[in-house]
Design a protein around this ligand. Structure first.
Ligand code: PFF
Length: 454
């Protein structure tokens, strides 16, 4: 029975609240910070195209599957699989998801901290003092190498996520998402107009939108796939967890479509802001994690009322990071509440602190630990790589197999249609086909190609 007295859990206050919260989880640093720099590193337009295919062919069906599992079971990822196939090893997918949430938030919190710092630095104007992205990039490099400052802001970010998740679903998470999302879109539009009117912008647009398939190999496809999962918050049961707070009367298919479209539009829009500016300002698109932090301050500095726009932008970026950070934290917390019977307060405080502590080496990866490398990557990159490029796609693939073959699309279909929501021809057939055949096979092929390169 779904009752509010299911007290440590709670429910969304409205359908719009749910869509905004799920979009809040999806839209975050993945769209604004990560998407542009990996597009830049992986060759531009062709990567974008493959990313879009991954979003629509693989990500969208899995999102619907995750919402359905969550609403059906009212559980965290471990509990959800356990409820449908008690005592089976399918619960392993859930555990993998909880682990992925723990890993991702550990480095996500570090970058979240960077955004907090940039809110402060844009208010004081210090980030706007540079005539070119090169100097802005050096300023950023110095900042992320400063142990005290990085850890301070990292702690502040994690503390904020903890404070919100402590207040639960409806009071905390939902309210935080309501205002932010629409404002973010408006600001991005303004920035796009500025970027596109810079001298030399068209070269950047060509890099971003013209596919050059010679740049594609198995690794690039795996990164695109990982980014699709990361950006849509899939493959680790985050959307199972959010779906578990959803009431029976909501239409799961339309929620899925809104969230996917919104998330994808934001990412594409961010590319339209960043790449014209990168090329116009003579920067390399392969710059890496500092890309957005070097390019945007210079764009702000070159526009009318740039100071105000910069402050608003970094505040929104920080909030977008928080609304995703809380969803990552909630997955791990929900596991301890549902499966271990912990009180919300205890779960949030212990889990939040543990994730912060585990994130410290990621925070130091661009400073005192920059030379601690294994296989050419620092700690931060390893955790990101393991979680985003392996745990998420693997989790997503197994979720698809579970829903398509083990629990079965018939059961899933019933849950989707529970409240007179028509999920009929051709969409239902199309979804079933994708979730049973295409999604698992496509992810499987990418993995095989990655591990057995010819
Ligand atoms: N989707 C978030 C982003 O793009 O920033 C990151 C994320 C949140 C990934 C929640 C996974 C997740 F479960």
């Amino acid at each position: 029975m779904k009752t509010e007295s299911n007290n440590q859990r709670g429910f969304w206050g409205s359908r719009m609240g749910f869509i905004l919260a799920a979009s809040g989880s999806a839209v975050g640093l993945g769209n604004i910070w990560k998407f542009p720099y990996i597009v830049g590193q992986n060759g531009g337009g062709a990567f974008v195209l493959i990313y879009l295919v991954c979003i629509f062919v693989i990500g969208t069906p899995i999102m619907l599957a995750e919402f359905t599992l969550g609403r059906k079971t009212n559980r965290n990822p471990v509990g959800a699989f356990d409820q449908l196939k008690p005592g089976s090893s399918w619960t392993g997918i859930g555990y993998m998801g909880v682990l992925a949430g723990f890993f991702i938030l550990s480095f996500y919190g570090v970058v979240g901290g960077w955004t907090f710092a940039y809110v402060v630095k844009s208010i004081t104007g210090s980030v706007l003092a540079f005539p070119s992205p090169k100097e802005a990039g050096e300023f950023f490099g110095n900042f992320i190498g400063n142990t005290g400052e990085v850890l301070f802001y990292h702690a502040l970010f994690m503390g904020t996520c903890i404070a919100i998740v402590l207040r639960g679903i409806h009071g905390g998470i939902e309210k935080a998402c309501d205002v932010l999302m629409p404002t973010l879109v408006v600001i991005l539009f303004l920035l796009m107009l500025r970027s596109l009117t810079l001298d030399g912008a068209m070269e950047g647009l060509a890099f971003y939108l013209t596919p050059d398939f010679s740049k594609i190999n198995a690794n690039v496809i795996l990164v695109a796939l990982g980014q699709a999962f990361f950006s849509l918050s899939l493959g680790m049961g985050c959307m199972i967890t959010y779906g578990s707070y959803l009431s029976d009367k909501e239409n799961l298919t339309s929620c899925t479509v809104y969230v996917v479209i919104f998330d994808t539009l934001i990412a594409l829009l961010v590319g339209m802001v960043i790449f014209p500016a990168v090329f116009a300002m003579g920067l390399e698109p392969t710059e890496g994690p500092g890309l957005v932090f070097s390019v945007l301050p210079t764009v702000f500095a070159s526009m009318p009322m740039g100071h105000g726009v910069a402050v608003i932008f970094f505040i929104l970026l920080a909030i977008a990071a928080i609304t995703s950070g809380i969803s990552l934290l909630e997955v791990v917390v929900a596991y301890f509440i549902d499966q271990r019977g912990w009180q919300r307060k205890k779960a949030v405080l212990i889990v939040g602190s543990a994730i912060f502590a585990f994130g410290i080496p990621s925070g130091l990866s661009f400073g005192v630990m920059a030379d601690v490398k294994f296989l050419g990557m620092n700690f931060f990159d390893h955790i990101d790589n393991i979680a985003s490029n392996y745990l998420l796609p693997l989790g997503g693939m197994l979720t698809a197999v579970f829903v398509g073959w083990v629990w079965g699309t018939k059961n899933a279909h019933e849950e989707i249609e529970k409240h007179e929501n028509e999920f009929g021809f051709p969409w239902a057939q199309c979804w079933e086909f994708l979730i049973r055949y295409i999604t698992p096979v496509a992810v499987g092929i990418v993995f095989i190609a990655k591990f057995f390169p010819h």
